[in-house]
Ligand binder design. Structure first.
Ligand code: URA
Ligand code: CA
Length: 434
């Protein structure tokens, strides 16, 4: 087999075989195929797309390029959730204990964040003592015992994806549905999930800015998952503004605690119930979405989800008393309100810019090696569609520096108040099942 022929075949719009796709992925991972040939093939895929079979073969080849996590010692159907990424997305912190509280095993492998705010691990580390440095055996024991545990990413997972993603980044081939879908799905599958729930974000703050693209990506991933034997469902949810009110690590933990007590923001609670219902159904703990939702709602009101969160925190060294006394989480020294300059309705909250402002305060990493400040961030008081009076606070900046002028300027540019009324955006646009 020759790489030249494979490039030519895709360039001319034909369908690649499993053998050809395996040859490319294996050869590129082993550095036997040079970047320039891989780039040419990626660009041909960008223009000529891939069939469902090709996408599934590409996903499987990337899964097989490295280690695969074996979770078979955990009893039950392991369901993982993946979000395509948003600002202030606190759902994982809530969903893990919430679905565990109704018996779904949650074996979560997570990473640290880059940009906006930290990743799930950074957020959890704002709980004093909490750590993810546990052995694989401990991880499996914890999930069997408590139904939930989080471990840091380890091992050599999907090296082919890592290399290809890096190459796509510099060859203008990131934005391709077959390539994005296989990239995301390969990582979920290699991490050992039996079933997968996807939260595909849509809107100005998301990777996919419009609904049609978001839907196409969701459908592509659901199709790949089911084709390679992992039951997969997706939700398409709004990211035209940040989710919930809090953006920042400890601030989001506090928001997760409120939500697990049944006192969280409406949008965040609703999205967790929607995603959680899919997880519960895929884990075979309920037969319909409605039944699953009722189970989860009950768990939020009777305290079971909240108790599960405390057990989870203390099982990994965390001080579970923060759940009852959130003031024991890291606190920023300065709390600065941003008053509205006019009376009207909030018509836009540019999620990306709010995320950048949180990063400027120190809540996120500008580069891989930046240190993050767990205490800082932004708490919104208004969301799109809310009325606000001149002088009333739009949000509070939590900072460890007194001079936040640059951040204030950025935030004023990212929240728009208009005279006319504006409806709140739709939260869940669609759910996609096979
Ligand atoms: N996120 C991924 O993991 N892969 C992509 O290709 C795009 C976004
Ligand atoms: Ca939030």
């Amino acid at each position: 087999m020759r790489m030249y022929d494979i490039i030519e075949k895709k360039r001319d719009g034909h369908t690649l075989t499993k053998e050809e796709i395996d040859y490319f992925v294996e050869g590129y991972t082993k550095e036997e195929i040079p970047d320039y040939q891989a780039s040419a093939l990626l660009m041909a895929i960008y223009f000529n797309d891939m069939t469902i079979e090709e996408r599934a073969h590409l996903t499987s080849a990337m899964v097989e390029s490295g280690d695969q996590i074996d979770l078979s010692d955990i009893s039950g159907i392991k369901v993982d959730k993946h979000s395509t990424g948003g600002v202030g997305d606190t759902t994982t912190l809530i969903l893990a204990p919430l679905v565990a509280s109704v018996g779904v095993p949650v074996a979560k492998m997570s990473g640290r964040g880059l940009g906006h705010t930290g990743g799930t691990i950074d957020k959890l580390e704002s709980v004093p003592g909490f750590h993810v440095e546990i052995s694989n055996d401990q991880f499996i024991d914890l999930v069997n015992k408590n139904k939930v545990a989080v471990i840091g990413q380890s091992g050599n997972l999907t090296p082919a994806d890592k290399k290809l993603y890096g190459l796509r980044d510099v060859t203008a081939t990131v934005n391709s549905i077959p390539l994005i879908a296989s990239s995301i799905m390969s990582k979920k599958i290699a991490s050992g999930a039996d079933a997968i729930v996807l939260d595909v974000k849509t809107g100005a703050g998301a990777f996919m800015k419009n609904l049609d693209d978001s839907k196409a990506l969701a459908e592509a991933m659901v199709t790949i998952g089911n084709r390679v034997g992992r039951q997969t469902m997706a939700v398409i949810s709004d990211m035209s503004q940040p989710l919930g009110y809090a953006i920042g690590n400890a601030l989001e933990v506090k928001e997760a605690i409120d939500t697990l007590k049944g006192q969280g923001p409406k949008d965040l609670t609703e999205l967790c119930l929607t995603l959680g219902s899919q997880m519960v159904v895929l884990a075979n703990k309920a037969s319909t979405m409605d039944e699953a939702r009722e189970m989860l709602k009950e768990s939020l009101t009777n305290g079971k989800a909240f108790e599960q969160f405390k057990v989870f925190l203390s099982s990994q060294g965390g001080d579970a008393s923060v759940a009852d006394q959130p003031e024991n989480l890291p606190q920023a020294e300065f709390k600065i309100e941003l008053p509205s300059l006019s009376t009207g309705t909030v018509s836009n909250i540019i999620a990306d810019d709010i995320g950048t402002a949180a990063m400027m305060l120190g809540a996120g990493r500008a580069t891989k090696d930046s240190e993050i400040d767990l205490a800082v961030g932004i708490v919104l008081h208004k969301k799109i569609g809310d009325r606000v009076k001149e002088g009333e606070a739009l949000l509070t900046i939590h900072a460890n520096q007194q001079n936040v002028e640059e951040v204030r300027q950025k935030l004023y540019k990212s929240i728009v108040v208009t005279e006319e009324d504006v409806p709140a955006p739709t939260l869940v646009y669609d759910t996609i099942t096979k």
